[in-house]
Design a protein around this ligand. Sequence first.
Ligand code: EZ4
Ligand code: CO
Length: 401
Amino acid sequence: MKDMTIRAARVVVCAPGRNFVTLVIETEGGLTGIGDATVNGRETGVVAHLQHEVIPSLIGRDAGRIEDTWQYFYRGAYWRGGPVALAAIGAVDVALWDIKAKAAGMPLYQLLGGASRERMLCYPHARGHDIEALCDDVARLCEKGFRAIRLHCDVPGEPQHPFIPPLPHGVAALPAEITRDPDAYTRFAPRMLAAVRARFGEELHLLHDIHNRVTPIQAARIARETEPLNLFWLEDPVPMENPEVLRLIRRASTTPLAVGEVLNTIHDCRRMMEEQLIDYIRVTPVHAGGITQVRRIADLAALYQIRTAFHGAPDMSPVNFGAALHLGRALPNFGIQEYAGHAPEAGEVFHAAWRYADGGMTTGEAPGHGVTLDEAAAARFPYNPSFLPVVRLADGTLWHY
Ligand code: EZ4
Ligand code: CO
């Protein structure tokens, strides 16, 4: 076996369409592994943590000791949890699994127990300024073979999600501020979902992300009103600090619930699973500590027949998709994979073995997770500060995004 001692590690920040932070780890034996460390709007926090506190402890370690390295950075740090620390740990973990699978000459899913399926059902995002435009977008996606689609429609009278023009490099960007109206949304969302169901029939899986924009009792009302539509799920009905709130929504309806894209540890997920408050868990390797911890979360979920639905918005880099899809291929309780696509430039920087085909995604058979980074191409797309918008109610009250 080649020398698995970690020789070098570095962080590559690039913006092919949007910002991505990638950790590159090299072994003395000549293997390279990469992991996604992107936290949207907090990119440089993770970069600093990796450069100052993580990489110095990586050099000289045995790349094969994945579990010990995970424990070293999680338990060993004293300060546990949070998106910045877990994104750094997740990037290290995914890069080390990439190296181990390459050393074995196997695609990663083989090391995770082998294939439970060949193709992972996935869903893209349809959007529209009004219901008609949304339906046109759904029709376009159906033509591409998607069998599950997330629906987003602007609420009449509510300001549209703003387009934030990129600022010149070196000029600090600030988050845009937008206004939302939870009452108008609560009236409109069931009507919008019903219109799409009526137009496209009962077989298409319809998903909707409430994105924390309403109160708990409003979320319960939406879940109950939409129950006859047989949605695939409602996502993030309320913010995640207090999962007990989900009880209220569970009591009101049997509409499946999906949460977890902002959760970072298995401890964040445990109670809501034990209480059977959710149906899909949306943690993803980059934000929940890599393959090592996400696999444990998925195993815990399986005890309660909760299935996976790894977060796959465009701010998950293609590297994270590699990790998520290999996990999804191996896990017994894979549910669905979000796949909203990437800007074409991302394909110049990241070369991925995974593919979309006919409503699902495949991992490919390349050794490792199958995603590589072209650092020369990355250098052509420099970091561009950007943020998610900050949300206020009409009276100025700060609200959830
Ligand atoms: O708002 O990834 O389900 N997907 C989502 C995303 C998240 C962004 C946050 O950076 O909710 O659109
Ligand atoms: Co979401």
